[in-house]
Design a protein around this ligand. Structure first.
Ligand code: CMC
Length: 406
């Protein structure tokens, strides 16, 4: 079989999926055929999750039953809460979430049942409980009493309730819900790929979700939203934006919240969020932050080389100010991405198992070959003899320096 080297797998199709369609050149994203813009405007996270898992929109009865089933799963096992209380308060919430998602598996008797029915139940539990895992750790680390879930609320509403201990306003609930809809799935992104690799070994859904949380954490993926906010706070005011961003561009540093592996046009999630974020920022007295974001976008998109590379704001750019306006701590931003993407990750796991093939690519070996094994007593000389003459010289100088200092 001829082997192609494709670093970063940018040109490799590694799975079939019916969850989401992306046209990166045109800036299109659809979940099961429905444009992301119409879903952000008219749907909610519960309905979007049902759509991703079933490939069609639910009837009102199906949606009501699904909503109730999710609400019935909000509560966390008390032993899981005890376990979360053993995580150091200083831990990063994404690390705590990775541990908590993994630990959830210990309290699910179906953890190792990979039947479709059991996996659908586990997907539901993971989506229903993840916001509670995040809120529980946050309240624990702040020394606040834990808030029991309110199963009369939506996933977004219940999260805000468990996090703050106060009933969210409809506008706050809606703002978070829109973010959850926009982040729910996105083709074979890095964390979804990681989840599919794990489940392709016929491991379990908790292991796959844990892998995915760990992969999402990185600043090139989900961690970018926190970095965007850190950048905005570091800049501090509109007047300082030009100098800061031009300096970064001159130093060829990346501007977080810009660029995407797939989109070489405006990220359609950012298109919707830009207008939405402005409204949320205005409602919450954070308009100056939004104005700074808008100015950053203007400067970045005015660079000819940036446009040539197809770099535009991505979903993380305007979600950062939205989360901030909702009063979320910066280190919870990526957790919100995880709470949403949990529906995509679990949907992909079920899809992967339906037509499973172990995901196992090749690596191009670049080291030496055919070396003769060297006995330990002779190894230092052997190591020296294998290095380049310049390295040998450095080593002998270092050895000389060591002996002269003794
Ligand atoms: N600012 C400035 N230059 C950039 C940026 C950026 N944010 N992103 C890419 N470039 C440049 C990069 O320097 C490179 O230039 P050159 O060809 O001259 O070396 C070129 O664009 C291609 O970059 P790449 O890293 O090879 O492209 P990629 O497809 O591997 O990277 C990316 C995609 C998201 C990792 C990258 O755009 C990036 O680092 N962005 C900032 C982090 C970020 O916002 N991540 C969130 C992504 S969206 C949410 C999600 O799905 O997780």
């Amino acid at each position: 079989m001829p082997l192609n080297i494709d670093k970063g797998l940018a040109g490799t199709v590694a799975a079939d999926t019916a969850l989401s369609f992306i046209d990166g050149a045109k800036g299109v994203l659809e979940y099961a055929g429905y444009d992301i813009d119409s879903l952000a405007r008219s749907s909610n996270f519960e309905e979007t999750s049902w759509l991703l898992w079933n490939g069609r929109l639910p009837t009102s009865r199906e949606l009501a039953e699904f909503g109730s089933a999710l609400q019935a799963e909000y509560a966390l096992d008390p032993r899981l809460i005890d376990l979360i209380r053993t995580i150091p308060r200083t831990a990063a919430p994404m690390d705590a979430l990775r541990t908590s998602v993994s630990a959830m598996g210990h309290f699910d008797p179906e953890a190792d049942d990979n039947s479709v029915e059991a996996n659908r139940r586990k997907a539901l539990r993971l989506v229903a409980k993840t916001p509670g895992l995040i809120a529980t750790f946050d309240r624990w680390r702040k020394g606040k009493p834990l808030a029991a879930p309110d199963s009369s609320l939506s996933i977004a509403g219940n999260f805000l309730w468990m996090l703050t201990g106060a009933r969210p306003t409809p506008a706050m609930e809606r703002a978070l819900d829109v973010c959850l809809v926009l982040h729910a799935d996105h083709g074979l992104n890095a964390s979804t790929f990681a989840a599919r690799v794990t489940i392709s070994t016929q491991s379990d859904m908790y292991s796959a979700a844990t892998t995915a949380v760990g992969t999402l954490k990185g600043p090139l993926h989900g961690g970018a939203n926190q970095e965007v906010m850190e950048m905005l706070l570091e800049i501090g005011e509109l007047e300082k934006v030009d100098g800061y961003i031009n300096g970064k561009l001159a130093r060829k540093e990346r501007i977080m919240g810009f660029g995407h592996r797939v989109y070489k046009a405006y990220d359609p999630r950012a298109t919707y969020l830009k207008t939405f974020a402005r409204q949320v920022a205005s409602d919450t007295g954070n308009l100056p932050l939004f104005e700074m974001s808008r100015r950053i976008e203007e400067i970045v998109l005015a660079q000819p080389n940036i446009i040539e590379k197809g770099i535009f704001p991505n979903v993380d750019f305007y979600s950062a100010t939205t989360y901030y306006s909702l009063g979320l701590d910066l280190d919870l931003f990526t957790c919100m991405f995880a709470a949403s993407r949990m529906s995509g990750w679990t949907g992909h796991c079920i899809e992967q198992l339906a037509a499973n093939k172990l995901i196992r690519p090749h690596a191009d070996y670049t080291g030496p070959r055919g070396l003769a094994y060297v006995a330990i007593g002779l190894r230092e000389d052997a190591a020296t003899s294998r290095t380049s003459p310049s390295a040998r010289q450095t080593m002998s100088v270092a050895a000389g320096a060591k002996s002269s200092s003794m």
